[in-house]
Write a new protein. Structure first.
Length: 281
């Protein structure tokens, strides 16, 4: 159970709680076992992930390969159907899967258009901090630091929304509605050191998210907030559901981090500035 939870980006508690059960249900779906289409709430599952990966390798951009059948996936599916002479109904059924598989045999095993799009973002022209829209969230323990980070970034010219909602899905929805360029989430833990998480699943990794996580890790060490920050690719809900480059950072021990609030705020400002100016650094 703990191994499954770690792979799915859940807390490795060893207990089958609600989030673990939902992840088990998602993992049970294989492509072709049900019709896939855009609905509310969005369909989720490993079958959606497989569909997105196949479309991306053929050049149809679903956005992030996140296992969520949202509007971008629906648009990519319809474009695929139109290009292949299939009925353009936005429904992935047996006929669509057969054509996907047949064309997939000729497409090789490249990273897909979603990965290439993120890599292109890292090669885009430098941006000033004043042109960025940022969302800074937290999970309860570091609320005061989150607000301090938001103030620092605003003083540097960025448009910033701090979020206090404990629900990661609500935070992701707010960040998406704000059309943020960057999301950074902060959380305290009792273990010393830091962990910077970026979105990654088998077959897809957010290159922009990894780059941002690397900049934040380096800045936190340079500002002597912690001695070391590990970079970890995970499918945490907040990283999965946000549409922009996102990092979730855990820092500890909490008491020490609170005492270094100003340094944390400076480190976040340094990291975002460096990422915007030299995003591939």
């Amino acid at each position: 159970m703990r191994s499954f939870q770690q792979v799915r980006g859940l807390r490795p508690s060893g207990t089958c709680d609600e989030n673990t059960w939902l992840a088990l249900v998602e993992a049970s779906w294989q492509l072709g076992e049900r019709l896939l289409f855009h609905s509310s709430p969005n369909l989720r599952g490993d079958d959606v992930t497989s569909l997105q990966s196949k479309l991306a390798r053929l050049g149809f951009d679903c956005g992030k390969v996140d296992g969520i059948f949202g509007p971008h996936t629906a648009k990519a599916l319809e474009q695929f159907q139109r290009n292949c002479g299939l009925p353009v109904d936005g429904v992935c059924g047996h006929e669509t899967i057969c054509v996907l598989d047949r064309l997939g045999l000729q497409s090789g095993t490249g990273p897909g258009v979603a990965v290439l799009r993120e890599q292109e973002l890292l090669r885009s022209p430098a941006r000033r901090l004043s042109s960025l829209r940022l969302v800074i969230g937290h999970d309860g323990a570091l609320g005061s630091i989150t607000r301090s980070v938001a103030r620092h970034l605003r003083s540097a010219g960025a448009s910033v929304v701090p979020l206090d909602d404990p629900d990661p899905s609500v935070q992701a929805q707010t960040a998406n509605q704000f059309a943020a360029d960057v999301y950074i989430g902060l959380n305290g833990c009792e273990e010393p050191g830091g962990r910077a998480f970026f979105y990654a699943v088998p077959g897809f990794e957010s290159a922009a998210g990894r780059s941002l996580a690397g900049q934040l890790a380096a800045a936190l060490v340079a500002r002597q907030v912690v001695d070391e920050v590990d970079l970890i690719g995970r499918r945490l809900p907040i990283l999965r559901e946000t549409r922009m480059p996102a990092v979730w950072c855990e820092l500890g021990p909490v008491g020490q981090i609170v005492e270094r609030a100003v340094s944390v705020a400076d480190a976040c400002t340094d990291a975002v500035t460096s990422w915007a100016v030299r995003p591939s650094g």
